[in-house]
Design a binder for this molecule. Sequence first.
Ligand code: SF4
Ligand code: SF4
Length: 301
Amino acid sequence: TNTQSELHASILQKINNHPCYSQDAHQHYARIHVAVAPACNIQCNYCNRKYDCSNESRPGVTSYKLKPEEAVKKVLHVGGLIQQLSVVGIAGPGDGLANPKQTFETFALLKKYAPDIKLCLSTNGLMIHKHIDEIAKYTIEHVTVTLNTVDESGEIGSKIYPWVFYEHKKHRGLEGAKLLLEKQLLGIKMLVERGILVKVNAVLIPGINDAHLPLVAKKVKELGVFIFNVMPLISKPEFGTKFGLDGVPSANHKQLMRAQEACDVNVKMMRHCRQCRADAVGLLGEDRSDEFFKESFADKS
Ligand code: SF4
Ligand code: SF4
């Protein structure tokens, strides 16, 4: 039908120069992450606060934090040097929506000074429902939500998330896990309803959620999520994460392949993710953050 092909055209238009959403685009278009969001509102057992949010980034990497106006300066500078720059993402170093002031100030400035660039946001999903109007207002076309479990009892979630901070209160254990899941599902639904393309990331945590991931994939498909990305847990004691210290081993390549196959329930799978850092610059897999790290965009005054 007409509407179906119109819908199809609008999706194509959204993904055709986004390196993370389109396999074809990932060799031709570049993205930049600006690390403007330091705080987080939940605790993941694979996270060490000294480093970037492990939901979208490679664990064990520390990004240089920027203020919104510094971030925009950096985007404009990089955009002048890398012609293929098509996407700006906020993926940490904490959670974009746990720092709404910095995040939306950055998006507002980008809309003004770099109106052609696509905006992307990555979040743990707890606060999407509260900011859905702002997300739509700044025409953020792409949102990544990390959803590691859809277990309604909270059992699996409580092993991953020791606490969730919501409305001035720390919610622990099953209660926290159930609350997070409820808000994640609500948030994803709201995004899909507004026509925003959603990517769901799930961290494959051996012995905790590996067998459960096909159920996550099923839910993701039901919700109308655009693409599903299973990322391996990288746990190292030197990262100081709870899982690393407790000896939950990293997921190996074989486990990842097996999980990706088990999750291939007719939902589009991302197979070219590079677990980029919160200040990544360049094509996926060609990280030029160090090059631009040396040039300081921080306000010295
Ligand atoms: Fe760390 Fe990201 Fe989890 Fe927050 S959402 S605790 S920054 S991994
Ligand atoms: Fe967006 Fe994630 Fe790609 Fe960054 S790596 S541009 S946050 S989808």
